[in-house]
Write a protein that binds this ligand. Structure first.
Ligand code: SAM
Ligand code: SF4
Length: 321
């Protein structure tokens, strides 16, 4: 279905929990409030929403969180959505800590692609950013998952004064053919507003100074707003998600579903619609009306460049990235 600005909305990010086994300092350094389980959508409710959404043309889904793999049975949800007729793709974004443990189940459920969020390859720095000494487990997960045939993208957020030099270590995943590497500009959402973003334009020039020209790769690697490049003969690509400096709203294709059933038309604004009530007590037609309202309620663009106008106050862990 098209929104009011003619954009085709075919992608939904589904947050299955606000909880996480890390405390990334720009995301949820103090954890999140405890939510009673009955307020969280069940997998059956999520799958029902997807069955209705598919009929509106939403055929691609990303499972996110919090950390999706801390919710028990998460691979079963991947399978439930994957098996809905008309669904083209189910992917996930994870911090990678539990990836090796659930890899077999995830592959068996039909997961083909995963984004692993990793902001540095330095063990001490990793602990400083996330609060935990888990880098070896994440690196192992990435290697094992890649060898098992899962397509991986590394998502990295760089900040000045913290990990601005981490790009070179992270690029080794692209050089070694393990994963595409994408740099995401820090957004002024939740605790991200306290951080210091590294501009992707500056980073692009730094990488070119070091490795020579980046050539546009021209291949679509997923459903997101990343622009991809190649370095020399490296087997995997380098992507840039320039949330602040590259307004990608013209190509926006998505809705977001929070763990308690709030549908969010745009990352930047607090506006959301409750779909949980209809999923628990209403008909498919009512669920469909709420989905349509959320799609038609999408604003033309975000306003991250003007932080005073950003109305979203929740942590990114509650939104799902
Ligand atoms: N725990 C999972 C993970 O880390 O991939 C999924 C949820 S996490 C909120 C999704 C993504 O949001 C991560 O890649 C994280 O780096 C990113 N993120 C969190 N806060 C952000 C911010 N303020 N600006 C940009 N990206 C942010
Ligand atoms: Fe957890 Fe992901 Fe947020 Fe880090 S970015 S605290 S891994 S939800």
């Amino acid at each position: 279905m098209r929104d009011s600005y003619g954009r085709e909305i075919d992608y939904m990010r589904i947050s299955v929990t606000d909880r996480c086994n890390l405390r990334c300092r720009y995301c949820m350094p103090d954890g999140v409030e405890w939510i009673p389980m009955e307020e969280i959508l069940t997998f059956e409710e999520i799958a029902r929403l997807c069955r209705v959404a598919v009929k509106l043309g939403i055929t691609k889904y990303k499972i996110t969180g919090g950390e999706p793999l801390v919710r028990r049975g998460c691979p079963a949800l991947v399978r439930m959505i994957r098996e809905i007729p008309g669904v083209e793709q189910v992917t996930m974004t994870s911090n990678g800590i539990l990836l090796e443990r659930y890899l077999g189940e995830l592959l068996g459920a039909g997961l083909t692609d995963i984004n692993v969020s990793l902001d540095t390859t330095d063990r001490g720095k990793y602990q400083e950013i996330t609060g935990f000494d888990e880098l070896p487990r994440v690196l192992r997960s990435i290697r094992v998952a890649s060898e098992a045939g899962l397509r991986i993208k590394i998502n990295a957020v760089l900040q000045t004064g913290l990990n601005e030099d981490a790009w070179d270590g992270l690029l080794s995943f692209a050089r070694e053919g393990l994963a595409d590497v994408r740099f995401i500009e820090l957004m002024p959402i939740g605790r991200g507003a306290d951080g210091h973003m590294v501009s992707n334009e500056r980073l692009f020039h730094k990488i070119e100074e070091h490795y020579g020209p980046l050539t546009a790769d021209g291949v679509s690697h997923g459903n997101g707003p990343a622009v991809y490049y190649r370095i020399a003969d490296w087997p995997r690509s380098v992507g840039f998600i320039s949330a602040i400096h590259g307004k990608f709203c013209g190509q926006c294709n998505r809705l977001r579903l929070g763990s308690t059933g709030r549908l969010k038309p745009c990352l930047c604004y607090e506006d959301s619609l409750d779909v949980r009530g209809a999923l628990r007590d209403g008909s498919d037609a009512e669920v469909c009306e709420i989905l349509k309202k959320a799609i038609l309620g999408k604003p033309r663009m975000h306003c991250f460049e003007n932080t005073g106008a950003v109305t979203e106050r929740q942590e990114m862990a509650k939104i799902g990235g």
